[in-house]
Design a protein around this ligand. Sequence first.
Ligand SMILES: Cc1cc2nc3c(=O)[nH]c(=O)nc-3n(C[C@H](O)[C@H](O)[C@H](O)COP(=O)(O)OP(=O)(O)OC[C@H]3O[C@@H](n4cnc5c(N)ncnc54)[C@H](O)[C@@H]3O)c2cc1C
Length: 431
Amino acid sequence: MHDFNRRNFLKVAGISSAAALTGIGCAANGMRGAEKAHIVVVGGGSGGATTAKYIKQFSPDMRVTLIEPNATYYTCYGSNWVIGGFAGMDDIAQGYDTLRDEYGIEIIEDRVTAVDADARSVRLSGGDRVSYDKLVMSPGIDFRYDDMPGISESDAERIPHAWKAGSQTELLRSQLQDMPNGGVFVMVAPPNPFRCPPGPYERVSLVANYFKQEKPRSKIIILDPKDGFSKQGLFEEGWAEHYGDMIEWRAGSSGGRAEEIDVSNMTVLADSGFERVRADVLNFIPAQRAGQIAHDVGLTNDAGWVPVDQLTFKSEMDDNIYVLGDASVAGAMPKSGHSANNQGKIVAAAIVRELAGQEPINPSSANTCYSLVTPDYAVSVAAVYQYQDGAMAGVSGAGGVSPSGASTSFRRREAEYTRAWYNGITHDIWG
Ligand SMILES: Cc1cc2nc3c(=O)[nH]c(=O)nc-3n(C[C@H](O)[C@H](O)[C@H](O)COP(=O)(O)OP(=O)(O)OC[C@H]3O[C@@H](n4cnc5c(N)ncnc54)[C@H](O)[C@@H]3O)c2cc1C
């Protein structure tokens, strides 16, 4: 791991994105005939909304339609703050007014149920069809409940995943509020790859912060199929400093692997069947795969994700469909909102350039993941990526992680950067 080196990170990310934008500007200026092309974007989350907005920025006369079933999008980023009780749902709510009114993007509030790739049209849940010249899909994730015996998707009302923000976030929060002091919160963490690698560990941190204030006799157990996790040393340092032994993390090879969930008794069978772990509140985060529509359209591989040409995020299965964000296979880039946002700009540039008859550019992209350990104590990881030898690869020497043993004021500053990052990225996507 590299030391956190913000100057290097900014140098690499900044130079490359400026170069990319210059190239895109030329493309848009040089493009006339394709200006009337119709781009349809499925999914108004981090990846889809970014793509729609940046196509309009690069080529304002191009027609862009964004199809999303929900009028309000709740960001998963910040949802752990709600679960921890120091932010409200309004703080993580985003809408589509600016994209519609200021960028001229047509918003259709509906779900895409099918794609006819030959006819180049999508079907909506009501039966209407929308034609496209290029289709962009950023449908996020769905869950593999089949991988865990004893539990199914219909149990999510009793045992929330809270891994898609919205009513699930509120449900987990209210269960924690109802839990008695001295209760046990059990999280079953997902196997790789999954959305937001540090997310489960930020969540338990902020639940511990709530327990420390309101229910200090309570306990947290993480049953993890993995033997390590993102920013592990930094999280464990923060847990020891703030929460003593309240949080117990069990690695996959040390009894952490959940084998079965008994929903009615709220127990998890773990440690190869040798232990039944009883929960007062159980947060089962299932294994994941690309959003269902990507499977329905036939874009996924055997592992359940969408292989793409990582230079442009064009699907390997169809020349007119681009897939980005969590659903895609994106080399070393983690499944994060920051990655999806960066990929949205790559896709927007690739489409505008392709329609102008130009070759794709090879921009750098970046990811930063901030995690709060308390509301005033954060740790982060940052990396820069570039397309090399057919895949998005980390640029060596760029990025890094927060140092261990940092001062209270350093951690506090990172907590301020966390909130600034939230405001910045949501403005870049929906603002
Ligand atoms: C607890 C938690 C904390 C996180 N914290 C961070 C963080 O701090 N930083 C960070 O960078 N990332 C974070 N993430 C990850 C981030 O939320 C995701 O990686 C990101 O949202 C992925 O963007 P996406 O566009 O692929 O999917 P989403 O943002 O999930 O968007 C998918 C959209 O597609 C829509 N959709 C799906 N199917 C259809 C269909 N058939 N028709 C029409 N629309 C459809 C959905 O309604 C949804 O709005 C966190 C995630 C979690 C769970």
